[in-house]
Design a protein around this ligand. Structure first.
Ligand code: WTA
Length: 660
């Protein structure tokens, strides 16, 4: 484990803490109507999660609230339920058939669909029947590789209806990344689409899927949704068009009942970067996850029956799983799903969407807010955003300037902004303001959600007093917590539980201020956060060294005004070769092919040698200093200090190029 990273220790968040004096108490009008009441913080742990479980319909009631045998938790033991039933069928049964579940907006202009809960039920039933026809049963593992089209949530729900655990792989991932995940989970069927739209370009999802399936022997069937109508290669006997199978199957829910699942049955895996090259399959199960996301969604976003809620994340990341699909649908909320980028065809696309559908809640990432900030407020000013009542952010620390800009220019200086901290592993938001109660501070995620026992520890595992920085930990279980790392109990134990007994090690630095408010300080391990995407330094390094010209590579994150962090790679070429602009391009493309374009380094510094300790460990801390243009820290353990001087020189040249 590395030290609290120097960027976290000297970086933005702490300086901000010292100067950030702005306070935003809730308005009395908001407080009057808020879902959360101040008493919420006083509710006892067991009572809280017992009461909140009533948001979910169980076919058979649970008998024991939870069991905690560290590091494994079980929740709502003995219960039987179905996630699809909770997200779709029961709303139809309760008279919400004609309520809109999703307003869907395609990227091409005038490409829209409105899907009611009744229609969603039919879509899901047909899709579930199609999956069954292709051999999917309870317990069959399914991969999903799609863009933001209505068939994506429908596919996830169809799997849960049958009891087939799935993994969604973000459409920006490469074929290789997709194959790795499907192999790890042993998926038998893949659901994908011909192509996706992104900024007017076609994303070749089926072509990537074809390449992935070459390397994924367990996948024998591929269900393909037609989106763009572009030409795609076809493997007879394996590939099936969705529109062909869907023609012949029933949409009657009675003919495809929701499979009763155990509270602790596997719901899905979501792969996330850790500190090794191999992503971890984070395990989420059924009842605790659903109660956790429904409850947090209700209180944190102050969702009302009439709300129109827009979470602008991609469903391929955990934010989309928990807060586009499962939380909102469990609560019967009307959502917006947008397929494309914020600047297509113009930079006001988002605000046009807000004006059209009039959401009262908008949830997005700091990096997107900073992008809008860079483009300027005039794009938002062209549109009527007065429907907005609550704004949220997630994914990385938000700098106070972006927070204040968001509130002023998008929220008319009136809406609360909830900065929500959580992870793929936590499944649900754990540190967050509650609108109507919390006095907001730009840059702070404020308080642990009721019952969440968060603290900041020093190296020794003692609590750090207010004002000091340290490691964020969680000391009690919570319903949506991960149940393990798929197929790797040792890694689960080691990554999250070995540091301090029975205490969840988050991997983020944090400090708590005098008021008990939490300030997140970024990762403390070798994980970078680029535009809210977790990318491991080692994953990028191993992608680089898999290129035939590369001898060695080391990767570090540097601060970036827009993307939070940007990736800097230090590369030594084979045979003492010098780098060239062509090589730079080749290597970036190569990383794009191995992981995905979003993981391609922003800068590459070619260097004859990397700084290593005498035992041969690459000193990433020094490289971080170089990439940040900071004075170099301690170099005494270096095998050859001259190497660093050379790298620093080359790093500066690279930075100068960047500015030019
Ligand atoms: C970071 C995304 C500061 C953090 C839901 C965490 C944040 C990682 C915040 C998880 C926030 C997320 N403030 N940092 N509000 N939210 N993070 O798994 O470093 O993609 O560990 O889950 O993002 O990223 P993940």
């Amino acid at each position: 484990m590395s030290e609290l990273s120097s960027s976290a220790a000297s970086g933005h968040a702490i300086e901000t803490l010292q100067i950030e004096k702005r306070r935003y108490p809730p308005s009395p009008d908001f407080t009057k109507q808020a879902n959360a009441r101040p008493e919420i913080y006083g509710r006892a742990f067991d009572q809280f999660w017992s009461d909140e479980s009533k948001r979910v319909t169980f076919f058979e009631p649970w008998t024991e609230l939870y069991e905690w045998k560290p590091p494994y938790a079980k929740w709502y033991i003995g219960g039987k339920l179905n996630v699809c039933y909770n997200c779709v069928d029961r709303h139809v049964e309760h008279g919400l058939k004609d309520k809109v579940a999703y307003f869907w907006e395609g990227e091409p202009e005038n490409d829209r669909r409105q899907i009611t809960f009744g229609e969603l039920q039919k879509d899901v039933v047909r899709l579930a029947n199609a999956l069954k026809k292709l051999g999917v049963k309870k317990g069959t593992h399914v991969g999903i590789y799609m863009g933001m089209i209505p068939e994506l949530p429908a596919a996830m729900l169809a799997c849960t209806r049958i009891g087939a655990p799935f993994t969604v792989v973000f459409g920006g991932f490469s074929a290789e990344a997709l194959a790795g995940r499907m192999n790890d989970m042993q998926c038998e069927l893949l659901i994908t689409q011909d192509e996706g739209w992104r900024r007017g370009n076609r994303v070749p999802l089926k072509a990537n899927a074809d390449a992935a399936m070459q390397e994924s022997p367990t996948v024998t069937r591929c269900l393909v949704v037609r989106r763009t109508g572009g030409d795609v290669a076809w493997t007879q006997g394996r590939d099936v068009w969705a529109h062909d199978v869907l023609k012949d199957v029933s949409d009657d829910p009675k003919e495809c009942p929701c499979e009763p699942m155990d509270s602790e049955d596997l719901l899905y895996l979501l792969y996330t970067s850790g500190t090794t090259a191999k992503p971890k399959g984070i395990v989420h199960t059924t009842a605790g996850y659903l109660v956790g996301v429904a409850t947090t969604h209700h209180y944190i976003f102050d969702v009302k029956p009439k709300s129109v809620y827009w979470c602008a994340a991609d469903i391929g990341w955990v934010t989309g799983h928990s807060y586009i699909v499962f939380g909102p649908l469990a609560n019967g909320t009307t959502g917006i799903v947008y397929e494309g980028t914020p600047d297509f065809p113009e930079k006001d696309r988002w605000w046009e969407i807000v004006e059209r559908y009039k959401p009262d809640i908008l949830y997005t990432a700091p990096t997107t807010i900073r992008t809008h900030m860079k483009w300027g407020p005039e794009y938002a000013e062209k549109h009527d955003l007065s429907s907005l009542r609550v704004l949220g952010t997630v994914g990385e620390p938000i700098n106070p300037e972006a927070w204040v800009w968001y509130r002023e220019h998008i929220g008319a200086n009136r809406t609360p902004v909830v900065d929500t901290w959580w992870q793929t592993e936590t499944g649900m938001i754990l540190i967050t303001p509650l609108p109507g109660i919390t006095t907001l501070k730009p840059g702070s995620a404020t308080k642990p959600f009721p019952t969440v026992d968060a603290a900041v520890y020093n190296e020794k595992g003692n609590e750090v007093p207010p004002g000091g920085g340290g490691y964020l930990v969680i000391r009690k279980p919570w319903p949506a917590m991960l149940r393990g790392v798929y197929g790797d109990p040792e890694r689960y134990q080691q990554t999250y539980w070995d540091r301090w007994k029975d205490t969840y090690f988050v991997g983020d630095g944090a400090r708590i201020d005098e008021d008990g408010d939490f300030w997140l300080l970024g990762r403390v391990d070798d994980v970078m956060n680029v535009s809210g995407h977790r990318i491991s330094t080692i994953e990028v390094e191993s992608a680089l060294v898999s290129h035939p010209a590369v001898a060695e590579a080391a990767v570090a994150g540097r601060n970036d005004a827009q993307t939070g962090q940007a990736i800097v790679a230090f590369v030594t070429l084979k045979g003492g070769k010098e780098g060239s602009p062509q090589m730079l391009k080749d290597l970036r493309d190569h990383v794009g092919r191995v992981i995905g374009k979003f993981a391609a380094p922003a800068n590459i510094v070619f260097t004859p040698e990397l700084p290593k300790t005498r035992s041969g460990k690459i000193m990433r801390r020094l490289l971080r200093d170089v990439s940040e243009n900071r004075p170099l820290g301690d170099t005494t353990t270096l095998a050859d200090p001259a190497v660093v001087a050379e790298i620093a020189k080359r790093g500066k040249e690279e930075a100068a190029k960047e500015e030019a």
